[in-house]
Design a protein around this ligand. Sequence first.
Ligand code: FES
Length: 142
Amino acid sequence: MRVTSTPVVREDGKLIKVVQKRGQLFICAHGCCCGKTERGFAPVPEDLYHQEWERRKLRNKVHLTFSACLGPCSLANVALLIFDGTSTWFHSLNTHEQILALYEYIEARLLGDVPLPKDLQECIFDGFAPVEGDRSSLLPVE
Ligand code: FES
């Protein structure tokens, strides 16, 4: 897959080529609940997330971010996948098998439009309010 970039002029005038990725995977790992075993939640295996991301060579395709709280703490462990402009929220990502399934889904999405595996369908929820109206005016004019 070809890597594309977009030129952005930084405030100091320097031209920066920003790699355009298909998506970004946010893993809540440093909040009040996700991964906090002392509070009764399952651990967040950051090493596994990172190793799989590297092993699958996703760096220039889907960015991986370990974050602080994403909001819906009581649903720990929470992740947010933004892919091709759409968002998918996950809760209760507590097992290595689920994490591997998530990466397999991301890899499959890079190749085409595929449905979410059944095991992960049980973990999704709507974390954002529905979009109303035309939001195209938010996009820059070319
Ligand atoms: S601590 Fe994970 S969503 Fe708040």
